[in-house]
Ligand binder design. Sequence first.
Ligand code: 6R9
Length: 682
Amino acid sequence: MEEKELTEVSEASTGAAYAAHWQEEEYIHPKPEFIGQANMTDPDVFRRFSLENFPDCFKEFAEMLDWDQYWHTTLDTSDAPCWKWFVGGKLNASYNCVDRHLAKYKNKTAIHFVPELEEDPIVHITYQDLYKRVNEVAAVLRDFCGLKAGDRVTLHLPMTPELPITMLACARLGVIHSQVFAGFSGQACGDRIWDSGSRVLITIDGYYRGGKLLDHKANADVAVETAGAQGQTVDKVLVWQRHPGQNASAAPMVEGRDYFMNEVLKDYKGAIVEPVSMPAEGILFLMYTSGSTGKPKGAQHSIGGYLAYVTAMSKWIQDIHPEDVYWCMADIGWITGHSFIVYGPLALAASTVIYEGVPTYPDAGRPWRIAEELDVNIFHTAPTTIRMLRKAGPDEPAKYNYKFKHMTTVGEPIEPEVWRWYYNVVGRGQAAIVDTWWQTETGGFLCSTVPALCSMKPGSAGPGVPGIHPVIFDDEGNEVPPGEGRAGNICIRNPWPGLMQTIWKDRDRFVSTYFGKYCKNPDSKDWRDWPYMAGDAAVMSKDGYVRILGRVDDVINVAGHRLGTKEIESAALTVDAVAEAAVIPVKDELKGTVPDLYVSLKPGFEASKELEEKISGAVSAVLGKIARPKRVHIVPDMPKTRSGKIMRRILSAISNKGDVGDVTTLANPDIVESIRVQVQGG
Ligand code: 6R9
């Protein structure tokens, strides 16, 4: 069933070959068993969602939801490029994710909560339980906190069911939630409270991570202080308890400000709050992007457009049916969790799994034990986790009895080597894989294969999903035709309902960041003049599949040749001993920049000069001498964020002898100094 196609990427014809002279392209077809049960098997979908049928094609997404009132205008472009979708329509997101399922599915599990400690029982929350809990929390927010539609609330919650329950309670009232990743510091949370103008903060006393009960409430005190110093007063802090009735935090409760949620809830037992009928163009939530430079920007997502988009993506690309047990191992503190743990799966009445802790706790077999126990059949994670599981337990999946029909990879480019392990070992060569490329800003997927309709190509995200029309532009704004092998800036030609409405309180930054470079006419109200620039470099092959090379600043220009850092990392991963690889551009007198390569090894392998040579040689062999790393550093571990992304910024500071900056929010801050000593000496 597997075909190989060799596409020549000729340096002579492209001027700047981005990678190899020969780029291997392998197609792997989905299995008939998957196709037979899939939600989207109609090849005509791509015609129906062609630009000729834009924007009306997107009505099909909106029709997956229940509306209180239908829209009169599918797309309003009068405030370009702040597009308005389904104008005139009214709906409620909480109703769509909870109430509408009660008639058919009230006794079905909505959320399986898996505590990190394996001895603690898994909690199964039915749709009826979810309905009850969401209503009670909504009553607290409305009647105890005085919150109403349009107000902002900051959540600083970890991976427990209280997080989606609180989100849905906000949505029920039309209150805008702004969830801050629990691994972020109190100060980072405070900055976001201030920016969003929240006067209520919802947190928890503690949660488990790596086997330890962390004190989380202490962060709330710092957050409130930080926001206060900038002029935003928080008058109420609601504190969930990880173990109701027992305080997991040493931080004192501030009289008149801090309240244990479980105590307040006692007065709201059985409360029912009618879902507020909201305009489609109302705001569902803010999601601040990591904000490595400048102040964090709040991506502002709509109710109708966003929910329609994530529901359709969950149905067609994630292939979620109500009877599926779906596990996305991301954190709800990131966009992936909002769209593909909470809103999309619940809108489709699926059972969604929430796992509290670290994927490798207490060992690398944990995810597969959970999959076996809960009968998970759809699995969703990021390359960094896949690499970690492959490194720590390459043979673990085979020990457990589970069966995935579908798997997702998201968040960074995946090396074909790693993709193949995911496919063969985790998916047992049976599951369809989608490599979904998208962003916080885009609400849902941009490029991915439709799993029953398209073949998979390891390392490529795929073509635009139905309704998304990607294009690659060079720096001058000329289109780079598919199949040329030249990298450029990937843009989307058309608006779509999941795209953020704007950056909260910063329309100018929204317009300049995403449209500034390629807008054809800033006065135009025609969407054709406003391609969306994602900020990623990509190559499109002649079949329209897109290979993402990384952020625009992740492309290394070595002596005029564009090299994707990911291409080099993939090459390094072809050496058996290598578990993870990260490439850093380092200034070079002759070549402008050259790649510095950091690698960590699989268990059982030792660092040596010979191995460094071997890795370096492999990179030259796969990509050509131009890509040969200046140095290969074999390090004990990579510096990583709490969400598992390798912090290239820190490696770059070490390679380029700069300031590593604040490393306290890393998962493993101690590694930074040992790498620095290793690379720079003393
Ligand atoms: C969903 C999410 C967005 C950036 C994006 C790109 C990278 C995401 C990817 C991918 C290659 C994929 N990215 N998915 N790169 N292949 N399948 O991760 O959102 O945290 O905002 O990150 O992540 O560089 O621009 P976000």
